[in-house]
Design a protein around this ligand. Structure first.
Ligand code: MGD
Ligand code: MGD
Ligand code: SF4
Ligand code: MO
Length: 752
């Protein structure tokens, strides 16, 4: 017999973190057997971390193959699609008719599960008059977005440039484990190995990244605002600020300088638990560098003063002029302006019931249970959840389950029976990200930016429906879209994209109410004309047009020709024709200034945010409260090599740390009489859970940690601790509502 030939390598992507690396997979007997980085991907160029190797476990999650309807006894029964669509549409319509569209909330739509499907949910939301939507970003990044919106005059997003930065600063971020910027590990190694460059890490834990650092500022958990204020004060007091930059490129710098000039550095460092001389040395290194890039993440975004800390982090690069130059922070383009990230405006709306800010159109996620479990007539009464697992990922899982139970109607769209699905009235199954056309919407890079339309690498099983089709059917069932609305558009699509663009534009002008249903209109009319069964890619035509209208010069610089809709068509065709991804925009370092000038007449950064400067000024008066019942700080949800949100349910995917150990310092272990491998119970105001102890030099005394993404049900068995059984939603940021998962007051008791 001839030597068996290897199955072909098929291009796809890993979206387990925001890097969205290009990968290649080999499929045997319907199973993904091998995964490697795709050298032909324009951004990742072959890079992929070990987590991508575990993606076969995602594909092997227990699957839902038919819609599920909850029975009165709490169990589920399979129903046919016609029944499911009819009853889900009727259930949602009933709540809307009785209480209005604002009583239905939408959660999810894409993140680490999939990206493209959520684009179609906009049409369903429009058909129902849904006013409040949210997703995981509203429990991590909204405070940062709000600060950026102020600095830049619009809700822009920034990209660091660690590959070229002389000094790299990570604030509450562990890129060795969590990645979050391209080629993270080789880049960290290169910086650490170069005596002319420096790595500064602010983390209470000696994380894998901190262990490589030149300056590890081992801050007391939750005290970053004190430390960041001290670093800024050192820069101002020692005159290490970039006066020319402040003079020519910013407004209201004086208010900021005045606010930080008087900060008592020694006292703030003491409160932050960091040696003041080490802080001074780090600030001097930042002040002296030719280029500095800074990245913040959950360590400050899910801790007290989170929005203030984001602001102070940004002032570090702003006061030192490390912006819009090689090696520094820049703004970047987006393939989906107005999508998940990159909404252009801050919403002026407030949440019902609690009256909190809705930032970037996103309802503060931690406030969802409050908005359900209330007598307020404006409360939420129904939910649509898509590719997200809020019962597991929002603070206070017990209360979130209570909220789900209190809803009059709920529907979950997922590939598997999640903790959230198990609370819903209906569950609608979708194929996995490898069984359909998918894409990467985390286009976060600069000066080149990338987009990847992923082609299916496996056939979808019978039963599940792609999200586009599912939303289309619901929209049709609701009667929001008629045959007359779309008449002739299908034929126009067959005549080519130019003809389609003209016909689509004319129809929208004639019937403006269709704009809100645009993605489903595209799917129904342009979708069938797309090659290779790529109907689900139709919504991307809209993204490509919006992208071309927003960044025409950047797109032309990437090699696309045309004006207006022709440029958008060229971009769309390139995306369709390149299953390994495209470079869709190329910019120079002045681009950030041009984008700022589009939103702010002065063309400058506005540095002063009065509300946050007030919060900064009040720091010294903040009492250090210690609750004797809960003397430790629990970081609930650390990224380890065995965390991947709730994307892989079979615990076997973790080769080590299968249960997710409770990490604690040798000092705490000694005082509690615990040794490595002993079992201990973590107790918080919300709950108690038991785990094995890992005594670790990584931990600071008083700080204990549990990993994220554990505690999942797999065929009836739960392995490890679901972190949000221990957290509470009322501990959240006053500006953005981001919950303080990283600093949960806790105690640990030896378990027998
Ligand atoms: N392996 C893996 N990688 C992932 C993910 C995953 O599930 N698994 N998820 C992805 C997602 S969705 C995200 S948002 C990112 C998150 O990426 P990161 O934010 O980097 O991940 P975390 O480990 O949650 O938190 C980062 C660090 O914050 C530190 N920290 C805890 N408390 C404090 C504090 O009070 N102050 C400071 N300064 N630091 C503190 C922790 O010790 C930790 O090292 O990771 C992405 N990458
Ligand atoms: N305590 C604590 N809580 C946290 C965090 C923490 O550090 N600590 N981190 C927070 C952060 S940063 C994040 S990003 C969130 C993440 O929280 P979520 O977004 O709620 O969680 P995921 O597990 O990413 O949910 C993805 C869902 O998509 C489903 N899915 C996978 N593929 C598809 C598909 O193709 N179609 C559909 N429709 N569904 C699909 C998966 O089965 C899964 O249910 O968690 C947050 N929660
Ligand atoms: S860096 Fe992120 S996107 Fe790339 S392979 Fe690792 S987890 Fe996947
Ligand atoms: Mo996240």
């Amino acid at each position: 017999m001839a030597v068996m030939s290897q199955p072909e390598w098929k291009p796809s992507a890993c979206i387990l973190c925001a890097c969205n690396c290009g990968i290649e997979v080999q499929v045997e007997d319907g199973i993904i057997v091998r995964v490697k980085g795709d050298k032909a991907h324009p951004a990742s160029k072959g890079y992929a971390c070990e987590k991508a190797q575990r993606l076969p476990y995602y594909q092997r999650n227990p699957r839902l193959l038919a819609p599920m309807r909850r029975r009165p006894d709490g169990g589920y029964e399979e129903v046919g699609w016609d029944t499911a669509i009819r009853e889900v549409a009727a259930g949602l319509a009933r709540v809307r008719d009785e209480h209005g569209g604002s009583s239905i909330f939408y959660y999810g739509g894409g993140g680490q599960g999939n990206h493209l499907g959520g684009a179609y949910s906009g049409a369903l939301r429009h058909a129902l008059g849904v006013r409040f939507s949210s997703n995981a970003l509203a429990q991590e990044k909204t405070g940062e977005f709000w600060v950026d919106a102020h600095l830049f005059g619009h809700m822009a997003h920034t990209a660091p440039d660690f590959e070229r930065a002389e000094v790299a600063v990570f604030v509450g971020k562990n890129p060795w484990m969590a990645h979050g910027f391209p080629h993270a590990r080789p880049t960290l190694k290169a910086i650490a190995a170069d005596p002319d460059r420096a790595l500064v890490v602010i983390d209470p834990r000696r994380s894998e990244t901190a262990a490589m650092a030149d300056f590890h500022l081992q801050v007391a958990p939750g005290k970053d605002a004190f430390l960041l204020a001290a670093l800024l004060a050192i820069l101002v007091q020692e005159d290490l600020v970039d006066h020319a930059f402040l003079e020519s490129r910013t407004e209201n710098a004086e208010a900021v300088l005045a606010a930080v000039r008087d900060v008592d550095v020694d006292d703030h460092c003491r409160r932050a638990g960091v040696d003041a001389e080490l802080a001074r040395a780090a600030a001097r290194r930042i002040g002296a560098a030719a280029s500095v890039s800074i990245l913040e993440d959950l360590g400050i975004q899910q801790a007290p003063h989170s929005t203030l800390s984001s602001y102070l982090e940004k002032l570090l690069w702003a006061l030192t002029g490390n912006f819009a130059r090689p090696g520094c922070t820049s703004l970047h383009t987006s393939f989906s302006p107005g999508g998940l990230i990159g909404r252009s405006r801050e919403s002026r709306r407030r949440t019902p019931v609690t009256g909190e800010r809705v930032i970037g159109g996103m309802f503060p996620a931690a406030a969802i249970p409050d908005a359900v479990l209330s007598d307020d007539p404006a409360r939420f009464r129904a939910a649509i959840v898509e590719s997200s697992n809020p019962v597991h990922s929002l603070p206070d899982s017990p209360r979130m389950r209570e909220a789900m139970a209190a809803l009059e109607f709920s529907v979950v769209i997922d590939i598997t029976m999640t903790e959230t699905a198990a609370c819903a009235s209906y569950v609608l199954p979708a194929p996995t990200q490898f069984e359909k056309h998918e894409c990467t919407f985390f286009n976060l890079e600069f000066p080149n930016n990338y987009f990847h339309l992923r082609h299916p690498v496996l056939p979808a099983p019978d039963g599940p429906l792609i999200e586009a089709e599912l939303h289309r059917r619901l929209v049709r069932e609701l009667g929001a879209l008629t045959d007359e609305d779309v008449a002739g558009l299908r034929e126009a699509a067959d005549a080519g994209l130019d003809a389609y663009a003209a016909a689509f534009g004319a129809r929208m002008a004639e019937r403006p109410h269709l704009m809100g249903l645009a993605t489903v209109v595209l799917y129904e009319t342009l979708g069938p004309a797309l090659p290779g069964g790529a109907a689900a890619a139709a919504a991307l035509w809209g993204s490509a047009q919006l992208c071309a209208a927003t960044y025409p010069d950047s797109i032309r610089a990437a090699g696309f020709d045309g004006e207006g809709t022709a440029l958008g068509n060229a971009l769309f065709e390139a995306a369709l024709g390149n299953p390994r991804g495209i470079t869709f925009s190329v910019d120079d370092h002045d681009a950030s200034w041009r984008w700022i000038a589009q939103h702010r007449p002065s063309g400058r950064l506005d540095l002063a945010i009065p509300e946050l400067l007030d919060e900064l000024g009040a720091l010294p008066g903040e009492p250090d409260v210690a609750d004797p019942d809960f003397p430790l700080v629990l970081s609930a949800g650390e990224r380890r090599s065995g965390s991947a949100m709730t994307l892989m349910r079979d615990p076997e995917w973790r080769k080590r740390d299968a249960e997710g150990a409770l990490r604690m310092s040798p000092a705490d272990a000694a005082s509690l009489g615990l040794a490595d491998g002993d079992r201990a119970t973590v107790v918080t105001a919300r709950g108690r859970r038991t785990a094995a102890v890992e005594v670790s030099d990584m931990m600071r005394a008083g700080h204990v940690s549990l990993p994220n993404g554990y505690g999942l049900d797999f065929n009836g068995t739960v392995t490890g601790i679901a972190p949000n059984e221990l957290t509470s939603g009322d501990r959240r940021d006053p500006v953005a509502g981001t919950p303080w998962h990283k600093t949960v007051p806790a105690r640990v008791e030896p378990a027998r």
